[in-house]
Design a protein. Structure first.
Length: 252
């Protein structure tokens, strides 16, 4: 899927999208209008490494409409390999900005996750902050039965929210959302474990300045393995670039 204003590059064969903050409104509008089921993935370093070793998770990332890097370790990897660094987004900030963009068009959202009290509180707080944003559904995250799960899937499809946010207490997390994507109506789909907790005031809003400085390297072995892979990737890129220059010189 090609989206105007978005450039997709690959680092160690994992797709990462360049989404400039100044283009965010047009990008969200394009996704909400394209009649597709647009999955947005916020990629941490842990998720990045998981996508390399887990075939199903990688398939989800590859099929996502947007893959947004969260971790500095990922963007630093682009710089190390001589590539432009993609912009990073804090998921909380991205989602709040998206709510504002959708509110300006009178569009709708739906929430799934947390306890009944948490999701109701989250919806009430969002309604107070974004009064023109239509809330067309809110559902607790832990299903008591397969029948209840199917009922929620059916209701979400019928209500057709522009933006469907899935949060805590959902088994299989982002993979649950991806596995059921075909059962929904077109729109934007996001999994973020903390967002409903933050909206319900169960957790504090993250400090974006501290987040900008943080470098989530994950476990030491994963980071060490990542650096080895990056060195090989950089060497391969340099060889390919040198071969390309040589071919151009021969043509001249």
């Amino acid at each position: 899927m090609s989206i105007s204003g978005v450039k997709r590059e690959f680092l160690l064969d994992i797709p990462i999208d360049y989404v400039e903050e100044g283009n965010l409104k047009e990008i969200i509008w394009a996704l909400s209008d394209n009649k597709e089921k647009n999955l947005i993935v916020f990629l941490t370093f842990k998720d990045f490494m998981r996508a390399r070793r887990n075939k199903k998770y990688r398939q989800m990332v590859e099929k996502a409409a947007l893959v947004i890097p969260v971790s500095r370790v990922i963007t630093d990897g682009f710089r190390f390999c001589g590539m432009d660094e993609p912009p990073r987004f804090l998921p909380f900030s991205f989602i709040i900005r998206t709510f504002k963009i959708l509110e300006d068009r009178g569009q709708s959202v739906s929430f799934l996750g947390g306890t009944t009290q948490e999701v109701n509180t989250a919806a009430a707080n969002i309604r107070a902050s974004f009064p023109a944003l239509k809330i067309v559904g809110r559902y607790k995250g832990r299903f008591s039965s397969a029948a209840e799960e199917q009922t929620v899937l059916t209701v979400v499809k019928k209500s057709a929210p522009t933006f469907f946010l899935v949060g805590a207490r959902i088994r299989k997390r982002a993979e649950w959302l991806f596995s059921h994507l075909d059962e929904f109506s077109p729109g934007l789909f996001v999994y973020n474990e903390e967002m409903i907790d933050i909206m319900s005031r169960k957790k504090e809003s993250p400090d974006e300045r501290k987040w900008q400085k943080r470098k989530d390297k994950g476990c030491r072995f994963a980071y060490w393995h990542y650096r080895i892979l990056l060195r090989k990737f950089r060497k391969k890129r340099r060889m390919q670039e040198a071969a390309g220059i040589s071919a151009e010189e021969k043509n001249d």
